[in-house]
Ligand binder design. Structure first.
Ligand SMILES: [Fe+2]
Length: 369
């Protein structure tokens, strides 16, 4: 039987999830590796040599002979050359189809149960850093910030015989196309979105104090503008707070997207007030952010911290309003690519004919720490 040459993102994802040993070999240029990696991958600095046709580049590399090797580059071409060379050395090797561009759709999960028995499943888009949540009580589910294929969420729910009752977003996203609308459609759930006039399709509006009940659990909306005007945080059972891009475990949201300096200042000030509101909640709240700035390992460990811990750790939270605003405006990170196009798609609610892998490529840059 002839071995296939490539492995799909879905296949590699499943191998990593099931803890099947593979060695991922990154052959991209070093600068690209500094942007984003596949957790657990090793780096061999051979990109230029591979491109220039040099042979036998891996005979000296320390690659385990008894574990299959997956070669990775940016788009899945140079990794094919690396795969062929490894096979010549007698190593079982495959090239990741579509490379790191395609890897942005890979995901893994981490799960916990709160004191009321509510399941909190964090679904992590490891190739990009977006975090979405599937919350379940007595078989009823709320999904927050669906950023992966709608089928990922509906399949998880169906397998467990759960019914998705509500689909909600924390805000209008600028780094990924929201799959919330599609998920609500395919699962027969009600779509709730922050109240605003920008979105062109029908939805149920969320306002400060809106409550959504699922099973024995209750989710309450808290308006926390700043990152965007329509940003909300969601408190569940007074025990967990889903903060979207307002508060992260290591930093706070960025207030600048689509804003002049004046508006960015105003939004930073709004963010300060919103964070003050969050800081006044109880210290034991578990904070679940909408993003992480690092690739998420397949370790099943939740990305979450107690509010108290974040208060101490994130230095800008100790500043007064003027200090906070000045500090944020100084540290605003590079604007993410394609954010305007992504916002437009989210306002329209459909992405037919759009290459989402291309559009959503690249790490998120939502946080300021
Ligand atoms: Fe955002």
């Amino acid at each position: 039987m002839k071995l296939k040459k490539t492995i799909a993102v879905t296949e590699l994802r499943a191998l990593l999830e099931n803890k099947i040993p593979v060695q991922i070999l990154d052959v991209r240029p070093k600068e690209e590796r500094e942007e984003w990696i596949i957790p657990g991958s090793i780096f061999v600095d051979v990109y230029d040599q591979l491109k220039s046709g040099e042979k036998d580049l891996f005979s000296e590399a320390l690659i385990p002979k008894n574990t299959p090797v997956i070669t990775v580059c940016a788009a899945g071409k140079t990794s094919l050359i690396a795969m062929e060379q490894l096979r010549k050395n007698g190593i079982e090797a495959y090239s990741l189809d579509g490379g790191m561009r395609a890897w942005t759709s890979a995901w893994n999960t981490a799960t916990t149960v709160d004191r009321l028995g509510t399941t909190i499943m964090q679904i992590r888009r490891t190739g990009k850093g977006c975090l979405s949540y599937l919350l379940e009580s007595k078989g009823e589910v709320i999904v927050i910030d669906a950023s992966l294929d709608a089928a990922v969420y509906s399949t998880i729910a169906n397998k467990k015989n759960w019914k998705i009752k509500y689909v909600i977003d924390t805000h209008i996203h600028a780094d990924h196309f929201s799959r919330g609308k599609e998920l609500a459609e395919i699962s027969g759930a009600s779509l709730y979105l922050p109240k605003q006039r920008a979105i062109a399709y029908p939805f149920n509006p969320i306002q400060d104090g809106t409550m959504l009940r699922f099973g024995d659990a209750v989710l309450e909306a808290i308006h926390t503008p700043g990152h965007t005007h329509e940003s909300y945080s969601y408190s569940v059972n007074d025990e967990s707070l889903f903060t979207g891009d307002t508060l992260f475990t290591e930093g706070v949201g960025r207030p600048d997207l689509k804003a002049t300096k004046e508006i960015a200042k105003e939004k930073a000030s709004l963010l300060y007030q919103s964070l003050k509101k969050i800081m006044s909640l109880k210290d034991t709240l578990n904070i679940y952010p909408g993003h992480t700035s690092n690739p998420v390992p397949f370790d099943e460990l939740l990305i979450s911290k107690k509010l108290q811990e974040i208060k101490h750790k994130v230095a800008v939270l100790q500043l007064n309003e003027d200090g906070f605003v000045a500090s944020l405006l100084k540290k605003i990170p590079e604007t993410p690519p394609n954010y305007e196009a992504i916002v437009q798609l989210n306002l329209k609610g459909e992405a037919n004919g759009v290459d989402l892998i291309e559009l959503e490529a690249g790490a998120n840059r939502c946080a300021i720490s």
